[in-house]
Design a protein around this ligand. Structure first.
Ligand SMILES: *Cc1c(COP(=O)(O)O)cnc(C)c1O
Ligand code: SF4
Length: 334
């Protein structure tokens, strides 16, 4: 046990904000001035995958608009409870790519560590919404087994901390992890897949910056924003701090019907990201996870949107349109 006084001293604002995230559909609806007709379906869908969204992200939504592109990403809807052909609980074959508890390898030279099951936000389209995090949480005892596996395989050049969201881990846990990693000479890069710089930018505090500064390998931070409205001043400030530490900043998005399936939103997203020092990396076709069928954009429409981006943006601001295919040696271009 850590003494209480120590916890208090160590507890930065972000952990309180994380703990205070909105989880009650009624509270979300009332903050946004939305009617009671949304409540029963939200409660039903939230029983399958709970609602979770930080207040700061809700503050970027338009009041009174049930179709707000940020709200659509987090509001549980009746559609989630409908069965859809081809939509399964493990759509990307994660369970078969497991090398150690919490450690996945699908592609040469890089492994993905589900460092925690926790996320600051629950994205309704998330392909991990049914993932058995209880068993696959590498931050528990499994952490060591995963690192031993990495240490024993010199073909692994890059470790990706994912989840869940790895930045929900405390600075102390991150440091414990990176201390062990620093002793594995063949690991040349550390990558973080995290949505916190977007949904809880307060996470980027002095403790996190100190940790980044202490790393002995270059770090790549892949954030996750789907719509330009997600990028407000608080996000800009946090990303500026990450850039100042020399981190390479990339963004991945998911193509989502009713959220960003129009060229205007995607072009503005790329341009805003660039202004904040972030390059677009991937635009993912939705993984066919049970409960997310209503977000799907047909491949033909996705290609047309992507063509429009290629025609209207410089090449470096066009994300690669990809899909994850089970068993494939890389993400597949559409
Ligand atoms: C997506 C993914 C990666 C990263 O792939 P990149 O193309 O390098 O971005 C690595 N491992 C797993 C298991 C993945 O799903
Ligand atoms: S932050 Fe990422 S892992 Fe977490 S719910 Fe959203 S998409 Fe899924």
């Amino acid at each position: 046990m850590i003494p209480e006084s120590h916890v208090l001293r160590q507890t930065p604002g972000w952990q309180q904000l994380l703990g205070a995230a909105i989880t009650d559909p009624a509270e979300l609806l009332s903050r946004l001035g939305l009617g009671p007709e949304w409540l029963a379906p939200a409660r039903a869908a939230a029983r399958r995958f709970p609602l979770r969204v930080p207040a700061g992200f809700v503050a970027r939504m338009r009041r009174g608009d049930p179709h707000d592109p940020l709200l659509r990403q987090v509001l549980p809807l009746a559609e989630e409870c409908l069965a859809a052909a081809g939509y399964t609980r493990d759509p990307v074959g994660d369970l078969s790519a497991r090398r150690a508890p919490g450690l996945l390898q699908k592609y040469a030279g890089r492994v993905l560590l589900t460092a925690t099951g926790a996320c600051a936000v629950h994205c309704r389209y998330c392909f991990r919404r049914h993932f058995p995090y209880g068993d696959e949480n590498a931050s528990a005892d499994h952490f060591r087994a995963a690192l031993e596996e990495i240490a024993a395989d010199a073909s692994i050049r890059e470790v990706i901390l994912s989840g869940g969201d790895p930045l929900t881990l405390s600075d102390r846990r991150l440091r414990e992890f990176s201390d062990v990693l620093a002793g594995i000479a063949h690991v040349e890069r550390l990558r973080l897949h995290t949505r916190l710089p977007v949904v809880l930018p307060e996470r980027i505090d002095t403790g996190l910056i100190d940790w980044l500064r202490s790393l002995s390998v270059p770090v790549v931070i892949v954030i996750h924003a789907n719509h330009p409205n997600e990028l407000d001043e608080t996000v800009a400030t946090g990303l500026g701090l990450l850039r100042a530490e020399g981190a390479t900043l990339l963004n991945q998005s998911v193509l989502l019907k009713g959220v960003n399936d129009n060229p205007g939103a995607l072009i503005a997203l790329s341009e805003h990201l660039f202004a904040l020092g972030v390059l677009p990396y991937y635009l993912h076709q939705l993984d066919r996870v049970e409960g997310a069928a209503h977000f799907e954009v047909e491949d033909a429409a996705a290609r047309q949107l992507h063509d429009e981006l290629r025609h209207r943006l410089p090449g470096y601001l066009v994300p690669r349109l990809v899909r994850e295919v089970e068993g494939a040696p890389a993400k597949q271009s559409l």
